[in-house]
Design a protein around this ligand. Structure first.
Ligand SMILES: NC(=O)c1ccc[n+]([C@@H]2O[C@H](COP(=O)([O-])OP(=O)(O)OC[C@H]3O[C@@H](n4cnc5c(N)ncnc54)[C@H](O)[C@@H]3O)[C@@H](O)[C@H]2O)c1
Length: 264
């Protein structure tokens, strides 16, 4: 008989705690990834902030007292994902939480003009990078774990001018469900969050040309059902909940974090 108390016998604080768990966040240097690193640490985890921009990841890690490691990764390179997962296990003996957050959303334009190289690059990073991240994590989660995919509301509906991105996020919705099915026998939950527009460096960079053309970008971002723009921490809090034992019976599900934008 298991010595672990039943879930309904554990306190809320204990169920929420990530103490003793080892987590990896890809794209962890800024935006939603950096906010997630901060919340996972606050919940007690030891965290790898892994990013293409290793310098920025290390800088973020410096702000914590040893509980965050800044690490290099390129999610378009599966060997680099495998090395990252190996490193977490070598340094801590376990891997419990893997957040597939890194992704790209370059300005696209009409699908009718899209070049193969552009589509290939977007799908390689956003889809294969998420697939390979989940696979490399699962191979090393020997006592179970949680994989969280950062999807998008565009994983559920169309948006003009960003066909390759929308394709990539719809693919990650399917991937999340299928991996939940395949990894459940390994004790691994696979879940996702679908952010609406969140004020991050990546979004600001994409909106810069519109701003320059006179659009009041801040006002547009504020126009949500809840009356304010989405912040990285809005997403990070939900990722933290999904990563915890509070969500122990949730898998194959993608939670919208969008101030109701999918609702209408
Ligand atoms: N911000 C939004 O409005 C929004 C909405 C829906 C979904 N998302 C998704 O959330 C995730 C993060 O978005 P964000 O706005 O915080 O992005 P961001 O551009 O602000 O930050 C992304 C981070 O990922 C890193 N990165 C990019 N390519 C990488 C690669 N190949 N390997 C490793 N790291 C890489 C970047 O260096 C950067 O630090 C993405 O998957 C994005 O599609 C964002």
């Amino acid at each position: 008989m298991s010595m672990t108390p039943e879930l309904d016998q554990r306190s809320l604080a204990d169920l929420f705690s990530l103490s003793g768990r080892v987590a990896v966040v890809t794209g962890g240097a800024r935006g939603i990834g950096a906010a997630t690193v901060k919340r996972l640490v606050e919940a007690g985890a030891t965290v790898y902030a892994a990013d293409l921009d290793e310098g920025a990841a290390r800088q973020l890690a410096d702000a914590f007292d040893g509980s965050v490691t800044g690490a290099p990764v390129d999610i378009a390179d599966s060997a680099s994902l495998a090395s990252l997962a190996d490193r977490a296990v070598a340094e801590h003996g376990r891997l419990d939480i893997w957040v597939n957050n890194a992704g790209i959303y370059p300005t696209t334009g009409p699908a009718i003009d899209a070049a193969d190289d552009f589509v290939d690059r977007l799908l390689t990073v956003n889809v294969r990078g998420t697939f390979a991240g989940a696979r490399e994590a699962a191979r090393r989660m020997t006592t179970g774990g949680v994989i969280v995919n950062v999807v998008s509301t565009t994983g559920f509906r169309a948006a003009p001018g960003i066909s390759a991105y929308v394709t990539s996020k719809h693919a990650v919705v399917g991937l999340t469900k299928n991996l939940a099915l395949e990894f459940a026998p390994l004790g691994i939950r696979v879940v996702g969050v679908a952010p609406g527009v969140i004020d991050t460096p990546g979004v600001q960079a994409q909106l810069a040309p519109l701003k320059a053309a006179g659009l009041d970008v801040e006002a547009t971002m504020t126009r949500t059902l809840l009356g304010r723009a989405g912040q990285p921490d809005d997403v990070a809090r939900v990722i933290t909940f999904l990563s915890s034992d509070l969500a122990a019976w949730v898998t194959g599900e993608i939670v919208a974090v969008d101030a109701g934008s999918l609702a209408g």
